[in-house]
Design a binder for this molecule. Structure first.
Ligand SMILES: Cc1cc2nc3c(=O)[nH]c(=O)nc-3n(C[C@H](O)[C@H](O)[C@H](O)COP(=O)(O)O)c2cc1C
Length: 256
């Protein structure tokens, strides 16, 4: 099935080379407006924009999508309400609000001929970003999103087969062979594009394992395994950033 929306969504890929051309204010505002029209639990987000600083991949637009409880509390105060919901629950809703809005921005940008790429380190740099943008407490940088006119062209990246993704009525019992088949779809797809070779993105081994991979066979499932098999053992770093932004994962005290 085809239509302009579906075609644009199926052609989307993360862009990591940009032309220097600045998109107009009208384009920026249209993209953010389209983002805002995403479904929300409580509009628990704000969008920061920088056109000045050196963005990743030299992109002309550098957004940072934040989970924002500050605006909620401001308006509840005007209504004479005190927020009592715990921060973990609010964070779950806030992440969803911010993520759906961000992805709507991505799709809107794509439809206007712009490319984009998420940058995932924002929560780990939350305090630094907060200082830079003078964020009030209770605003948490969730993800960076760079955008601009693409200076590279390539086919979309692979995805798991639909049978490994969509489960009607019952979650299947997968054999190792089936899992390996899904892995192969991903690995062959990334290898065919020379994805990791081009980006020189091989993650080095920090654990006692012998390096046997070259860019001829290093692909997505090994890359992802090396990330989540080696990084971020402890939640401490993230919890500290959350605490500094005024998010607490403990029981809210009665009349704090
Ligand atoms: C939460 C999140 C964080 C990401 N962080 C980065 C990043 O820091 N650097 C980067 O180059 N790409 C980043 N990406 C982009 C992914 O690498 C990319 O979406 C994925 O490889 C699939 O490729 P595609 O978007 O071209 O289909 C991120 C994507 C998401 C959703």
């Amino acid at each position: 099935m085809e239509n302009p929306t579906i075609n644009s969504m199926l052609a989307r890929r993360s862009v990591r080379r940009y032309k220097p051309d600045q998109p107009t204010d009208e384009i920026v505002e249209t993209i953010v407006r389209a983002g805002q029209q995403a479904p929300f639990a409580s509009q628990l987000y704000s969008v920061l924009l920088s056109r000045k600083k050196k963005a990743p991949f030299k992109a002309p637009l550098w957004f940072t999508i934040c989970v924002d409880l500050y605006k909620l509390e401001r308006f509840m105060k005007i209504r004479g309400w005190e927020l009592v919901t715990n921060d973990l629950s609010l964070l779950f809703f806030g992440i969803q609000d911010a993520a759906y809005m961000a992805e709507n921005m991505v799709i809107a940008a794509e439809s206007l001929g712009l490319g984009s790429c998420f940058i995932g380190n924002a929560p780990y740099l939350a305090e630094r970003i907060a200082k830079e943008y003078k964020l009030p407490p209770r605003v948490l940088p969730l993800v960076g999103l760079v955008m601009g006119y693409p200076a590279e062209d390539f086919p979309p990246r692979p995805r798991y087969p639909l049978w490994f993704t969509l489960f009607e009525d019952e979650y299947p019992e997968f054999s190792d062979e089936q899992v390996a088949e899904a892995m192969k779809v991903m690995d062959d797809g990334y290898l065919a594009q020379g994805y990791y070779r081009k980006q020189k993105a091989k993650i080095s081994l920090e654990v006692e394992r012998e390096e046997t991979f070259t860019y001829n066979d290093y692909s997505w499932t090994e890359h992802i395994s090396r990330k989540w098999g080696q990084w971020y053992h402890s939640p401490k770093e993230l919890l500290e950033q959350l605490a500094k932004r005024g998010f607490t994962m403990e029981e809210r005290l009665e009349h704090e």
